[in-house]
Design a protein around this ligand. Structure first.
Ligand SMILES: *Cc1c(COP(=O)(O)O)cnc(C)c1O
Length: 395
């Protein structure tokens, strides 16, 4: 019998049955420490009691309405998000790619309603990842993800990550916006320096461009602030896409914008059948309240500093295999030397019941639940230490 699923993924032969906090369990009761959390999604860990309670309560009342009708919990969450960020307006989606699509459309519509329909081009950066829809793969510009899907879409200009001069040169009278991840996830867990984010803001102001952040992976408390841009003064965006962590494991995303940037998004311009539905909004409010609870972000900062310190020690001990430790907060990359494969490292860790991921640029990626303790961090570092010791160069 042929396998029923498309071959778009290659999962290991390991099946999880349930999760609790930072642990995952197989049916046989084997226990794993989850340091990837569905790729930066399960920020409150698995089966968080308050999220489970909110979801099950809502599930017994009302699942779906469509946006033909108001969803009070959605309005409540939009109010919380706008109060806690640069934004005035919110559009809820089911995923990160959809939040990016909304951001791209919002930027183009802004120039359109301001009498500049010729300004539609979006500047993006090498190593970017914005999702897998047509708009998002073209924005991301990764040749691997574009291959075989027809002609590249018009309207995207890609410049080298961190090259301010190339960026300036790419701006012309057709440019609408700049789209960037404050911390690149997929591209290799690379944080954009604070001065670069400020530079982007200045450049956008100078040329009348909209600044768009993709905080699908680095948002929702991942870096120790609700949103990663909030570490930097004077670098607020006009539009921002977020997803992954803000649903804590329930599919949801959001596109946030200022009043001014959202000017073109009027009745009939955009929509989603499921986006902002009662189930997602019930969970989304719980996740937001937990992330913004007293002391939560202090914990993320504390435990991420502790973990990073340990990882720097690890990098020193394995200097023959490790180039550096990167990222921000609990979005962490360990860049390996050429010839050492992060997927192999993930396999060695998995055999030792620690789950980590991989990213581009030969980087081993970790994005644990934000609720990990120092003991969890030490346990992960111990396994990584052993796995790095056993890791052999390919060839
Ligand atoms: C995961 C991701 C996306 C896409 O999100 P989906 O929910 O998979 O559509 C977009 N941008 C970034 C930075 C991401 O990490």
């Amino acid at each position: 019998m042929p396998a029923p699923m498309m071959d778009t993924y290659a999962p290991p032969n390991l099946v999880f049955d349930r999760g609790e906090g930072v642990r995952l369990y197989t049916e046989d009761g084997d226990k794993y420490l989850d340091f990837i959390s569905g790729i930066a999604v399960n920020c409150l860990g698995h089966a968080h009691p308050k999220a489970v309670a909110a979801l099950t309560e809502q599930a017994g009342k009302l699942w779906h309405l469509s946006n033909m009708f108001k969803v009070p919990k959605g309005i409540e969450l939009a109010n919380k998000l706008t109060e806690a960020s640069f934004a005035d307006r919110v559009f809820f989606t089911n995923s990160g790619a959809e939040a990016i699509e909304c951001a791209l459309k919002t930027a183009r519509r802004y120039h359109y309603v301001n009498g500049n329909p010729q300004r539609y081009r979006i500047i993006t950066f090498t190593g970017a990842f914005h999702g897998r829809t047509y708009g998002a793969i073209n924005a991301g510009g990764n040749p691997k993800y574009l291959e075989g899907f027809g002609p590249a879409m018009e309207g995207f200009d890609q410049v080298e990550f961190g090259d301010h001069d190339a960026l300036k040169a790419a701006i012309n009278e057709e440019t609408a916006a700049i789209l960037v991840e404050p911390v690149q996830g997929e591209g290799g867990v690379r944080a954009l320096p604070d001065a670069c984010l400020r530079g982007l803001r200045e450049l956008c102001d100078e040329h009348g461009l909209l600044l768009m952040y993709d905080e699908v992976q680095c948002g929702a408390g991942r870096t120790g602030k609700l949103f990663a841009y909030q570490w930097v003064d004077g670098a607020e965006p006009d539009i921002m896409a977020t997803a992954k962590g803000i649903g804590g494991g329930f599919p949801m995303g959001a596109c946030l914008a200022t009043e001014k940037a959202a000017a073109g998004m009027v009745v009939g311009t955009h929509g989603s059948t499921y986006g902002g539905g009662p189930l997602a909004m019930a969970v989304g409010n719980v996740v937001f309240d937990e992330l913004t609870a007293d002391g939560f972000m202090d914990h993320v900062v504390d435990v991420s500093n502790f973990l990073r310190q340990q990882l720097h020690g690890l990098a020193d001990r394995h200097a023959d295999k490790v180039v550096e430790v990167r990222g921000k907060g609990l979005l962490i990359g360990i860049k390996l030397k050429d010839g050492f494969d992060p997927k192999k490292l993930a396999g060695l860790c998995r055999e030792r019941h620690l789950l980590v991921g991989a990213a581009g640029d030969n980087v081993s990626r970790m994005a644990p639940p934000l609720i990990i303790t120092r003991d969890d961090a030490s346990e992960a570092v111990k396994v990584l230490d052993e796995a790095l010791g056993l890791l052999e160069a390919a060839g």
